[in-house]
Write a protein that binds this ligand. Structure first.
Ligand code: MIC
Ligand code: SF4
Length: 640
């Protein structure tokens, strides 16, 4: 039987397991990336593993999240990451060079390769035909050390694109439509592959917008074929030599199929507060807008920015709107500066931010109270912008720019003829913000500022466990709920004790104190617990607070792996109806937990006189890690 694109890349990188449903597979990883908000932990863990030089073909450390230096913390973290990178053979992309996913696509990504990154939007690389996964920092550390990256063997989904986008409709609308069809839970355990005639109408940056936001489907990753468009992009980046052709076999089998008719799409928006809450812009109507933010790893390419510049040219931003622009990379910003588009954007009254995540992660630009903000980003979870009651809509750059001019949500098709933006034949290459690893690594001293505190380690799993329910949540709890980010908290990513005071703070402000009072306990959740980011702090901080297990209806993939890595039991209700039988502060016992986990059996749960069963759906390797109290402990045991 023929193979899908993903199956071909998986097969070429398979080092452990069997490519069959229900199996866990181990993959050789060619490239890794980290960003600064997850990078400090990843490198502390990498250092703890005692590996010298990285074993990958290319590892890159980006500084793009924590670029607001309102105290010494972020600058210290950058220095730490820069020095570790230099010592261990890692390329270091300095602050100002751009958002990790955008820069990686431009300068390092290559079709047919595997990439893991300590950031959930690493699948952006699928736009160039890479098999690129978001992962926890520890998984990235292991891959840098030459270890395999493990995933449950995924189901294959094909999204066939037919037709061609109409004027003013763009790649963002394609992925919003896929989200509308599949929902934020629809991609869990699946790789989404794009196919059909419509593919060749999309440039690499447009494809990358689509694979980027595949993260919001919960998908393991998303991937496009590598074709003539891919070759042209790579050649324009001076990297034509890494191009290989990739397509699925005509008789490849898919578990699920979807179709999107590009010609029939209209401008769309994801309404507050979920990326799958998608409606047509015309259906939502002309709501008043306070802020428009254009940028993020989803929509910050040269192509996107040029469209925005053309819309703004000769016009003025509405007096009631604040418009921010963050180009995705120094390359993009440089090109806009050179061809005059930046001057058009500035003249229209936009606020130019640096090439970084910025408002997307709440690093500044929080909207006004109850403000309506249109963003070209990928997540609109409640409170993520830094303003708890803000109303965030996810839209295309065209919709954001058009609305910035009118002050109301605007269908860009009302603007008349759409400007044609050609993809450049050559991108200007200047990698002078990328610092190469040291030639004499022994001479490099790793710089650790006072903000860098040791990370918590789990303990061996006890024979039995009894603890209180320290939190009960509903469905779709995001990692932003578990541990908020934003300008005030991100500086403490390398300081777990301090960060722990903010765990679940927007869901239940008493949570940290309750955990400390109870000496930890069990979190009970609904479906899709832990969706969103790859931040392993959402596991490490609960571990620090003494959380022993999360018992819920279902998990998001990366978060579940992070829980296992930390030694926290990821349990699911065997009968989801038992969720209703558990309340906050109930005492829960797991009388036989060690033996049950060790033998791959269901876990017995006793709660208020009622006994029910929970599943712990993990691989044998993960069982070992859970018994040992986390992956690092497990690795140490095995190293002996
Ligand atoms: C995000 O978009 O939430 C982040 C910030 O990029 C995260 C990583 C993090 O929490 O540091 C992600 O998506 O993985
Ligand atoms: Fe940065 Fe936002 Fe992309 Fe996360 S989603 S990597 S915060 S731009």
């Amino acid at each position: 039987m023929g193979m899908t694109i993903a199956q071909k890349i998986l097969k070429a990188h398979l080092v452990d397991g069997e490519m069959a449903p229900g199996q866990e597979i181990g993959l050789r990883i060619d490239q890794t990336l980290t960003q600064d908000a997850t990078g400090t932990m990843a490198y502390l863990q990498f250092e703890a593993m005692g590996v010298g030089q990285v074993k990958t073909e290319r590892s890159v450390a980006y500084i793009d999240h924590n670029t607001l230096q309102s105290g010494f913390e972020n600058a210290d973290d950058h220095k730490y990451i820069g020095s570790v990178a230099k010592k261990h053979g890692i390329y270091y992309s300095k602050a100002g060079n751009g958002i990790c996913h955008q820069v990686h696509l431009e300068r390092f990504g290559a079709p047919g390769k595997t990439l893991i990154g300590s950031d959930s939007h690493t699948p952006t690389g699928g736009g160039i035909g890479m098999l690129a996964f978001g992962a926890g920092g520890l998984d990235v550390a292991v891959a840098m050390g030459g270890g395999a990256y493990y995933i449950p063997y995924p189901k294959m989904v094909r999204v066939t694109l037919t037709g061609k986008l109409s004027p003013w409709v763009s790649a963002k609308d394609v992925i919003l439509e896929v989200l509308r069809q599949m929902t934020v839970k629809g991609g869990v355990g699946k790789i989404v592959e794009y196919a059909g005639e419509g593919v060749k109408t999309l440039s690499v940056p447009e494809r990358a917008t689509i694979t980027n936001m595949g993260a919001e489907l919960g998908a393991t990753t998303s991937v496009f074929p590598s074709d003539e468009k891919t070759r042209q992009f790579l050649e324009a980046q001076g990297r034509g030599d890494v191009w290989v052709e990739l397509s699925s076999d005509p008789d490849a089998a898919y578990d699920e199929e979807y179709t999107v008719d590009l010609s029939a799409l209209e401008p769309l928006a994801a309404m507050p507060h979920m990326p799958d809450n998608v409606k047509k812009v015309t259906e939502i109507g002309q709501i008043k807008v306070n802020q428009c933010c254009i940028g993020s790893c989803t929509n910050s390419s040269y192509h996107d920015m040029m469209k925005v510049a053309a819309i703004l040219k000769g016009k003025t931003v509405h007096p009631d709107v604040s418009l921010t622009i963050s180009p995705g990379s120094k390359q993009v910003l440089g090109m806009l500066a050179e061809n005059g588009a930046l001057a058009d954007i500035i003249a229209a009254g936009a606020r130019i931010l640096e090439c970084a995540c910025g408002p997307c992660i709440g690093m500044g630009q929080s909207p006004e109270s109850a403000g309506v903000s249109l963003r070209t980003f990928n997540r609109n979870f409640e409170g993520r912008s830094g303003t708890q009651d803000a109303q965030i809509y996810l839209v295309s750059p065209e919709v954001a720019a058009a609305s910035a001019l009118t002050g109301v949500l605007t269908d860009p098709r009302t603007l008349g003829d759409m400007p044609e933006i050609a993809m450049p034949g050559h991108f200007p290459i200047n990698d002078n913000l990328i610092v190469l690893p040291a030639e004499n690594p022994d001479e490099v001293e790793v710089q650790r500022g006072p903000n860098i505190k040791p990370f918590p380690l789990g303990k061996e799993l006890e024979e039995s466990y009894t603890g209180k329910v320290v939190l009960k949540t509903g469905d779709n709890i995001t990692t932003d709920h578990i541990l908020p980010a934003g300008a005030k908290l991100l500086p403490y990513r390398s300081n777990v004790p301090y960060y722990s005071n903010y765990c679940f703070i927007n869901v239940d402000p008493e949570f940290p104190a309750r955990c400390k009072g109870q000496g930890g306990g069990i979190i009970v959740g609904g479906a899709n617990y832990g969706q969103g980011s790859s931040r392993e702090h959402a596991a490490l901080v609960p571990l620090y607070l003494g959380v022993k297990a999360v018992l819920c209806k279902s998990f998001a993939r990366i978060h579940k792996a992070n829980l296992v890595n930390s030694g926290i039991l990821p349990l699911t209700f065997a009968d989801p109806a038992d969720y209703d039988a558990v309340s906050l502060l109930d005492e829960i016992s797991l009388p036989n937990v060690r033996e049950e986990i060790a033998n791959g059996r269901q876990v017995t749960v006793v709660c208020g006189g009622k006994t029910f069963m929970a599943d712990c759906d993990v691989s044998d390797r993960q069982r070992g890690a859970l018994l040992a109290g986390g992956t690092l402990n497990y690795a140490k045991q095995h190293a002996k």
